[in-house]
Design a protein around this ligand. Structure first.
Ligand code: ADP
Ligand code: MG
Length: 276
């Protein structure tokens, strides 16, 4: 498809929702792939000890490899651990290993424990148009590090009965981080995932979410699709695995909406990380 507009400043986007299985990782890797395939330079930071984003991008993440854990503990720089994603030019990944499971505890006693990722991201010299951070399903120190390092929060919401339940805690945490640690933080985007247009419930939930977050919900909803769930087992995004599938097309469309939204926005004054 045609190129997507590139942002005039680096967009840092944390993909968060403390519920597991709502499509955080799937959304992170597929939006990132879609943007990279349309001309952007994109970095995915895997901040989940499970390393699912690393797996989906075909990046080895067994216990001994240099990973985001080493960066958070300041043993390595972010540049040292970043790896190119095979088959998608312009896409890069900072992998997570299972070591990261201990970081939640190990960080507690360290100085600047909430801003370790922020420091690492801001000392990156390679230019990226987008940095996505894939969060674990919790609101602990790892997620707080992501909220401090980024400006935008993207919340994937699964179109099911309890969709909005539990979001209150995430939104309160966003406000807390905004108030104390990162004044530029804001919820910028909501993406409806695993949408089944044939059910009344899904369309009701979608309506409810749109009413609750006016202007933030992307028009494109991601359908429930077997191709999307198959892709990670091949170390691929659905966009490379089956580019003509409804799942791939919807993630490309959602990425285009995000790119266009960003093209209309100006960097905020305090942003000292402009380029391009
Ligand atoms: P999270 O990162 O929030 O825990 P995942 O992205 O890992 O969620 O998704 C949870 C599971 O649902 C995974 O097995 C994934 O492959 C599957 N999945 C995600 N989105 C879709 C979709 N649109 N259609 C079908 N399966 C999906
Ligand atoms: Mg995940």
């Amino acid at each position: 498809g045609p190129e997507m507009p590139r942002p005039s400043y680096q967009r840092k986007i944390v993909v968060a929702n403390q519920k597991g299985g709502v499509g955080k990782t799937t959304t992170t890797v597929n939006l990132a792939a879609a943007l990279a395939l349309h001309g952007a330079r994109v970095l995915v930071i895997d901040l989940d000890p499970q390393g699912n984003a690393s797996t989906a991008l075909g990046i080895d993440h067994h216990a001994q490899i240099p990973s985001i854990y080493d960066v958070l503990l300041e043993a390595r720089t972010l540049s040292e651990i970043i790896r190119p994603v095979e088959g998608i030019e312009g896409l890069y990944c900072a992998p997570a290993t299972i070591d990261l499971a201990g970081a939640e505890i190990e960080l507690v006693s360290l100085v600047a424990r909430e801003s370790r990722l922020h420091r690492a991201v801001h000392s990156l010299v390679e230019p990226y148009d987008y940095i996505f951070v894939d969060c674990p399903p919790s609101l602990g120190l790892l997620t707080v590090n992501a909220l401090v390092a980024c400006e935008e929060v993207l919340i994937p919401i699964q179109c099911e009965y309890y969709a909005l339940e539990g979001l209150g805690q995430l939104l309160r945490n966003v406000e807390l981080v905004k108030g104390h640690l990162n004044p530029r933080l804001r919820v910028s985007t909501i993406l409806l995932t695993m949408y089944d247009g044939r059910t009344r419930l899904a369309s009701q939930v979608a309506e409810e979410v749109r009413a609750h977050f006016p202007g933030l919900v992307l028009r494109t909803a991601i359908p429930r699709s077997v191709r999307i769930s198959e892709a990670p087992s091949y170390g691929q995004t659905v966009i490379t695995y089956d580019p003509a599938s409804s799942g791939a097309l919807s993630y490309i469309e959602a990425a285009r909406e995000m790119a266009e939204m960003g093209a209309r926005q100006q960097p905020q004054p305090a942003d000292n990380n402009q380029h391009g």
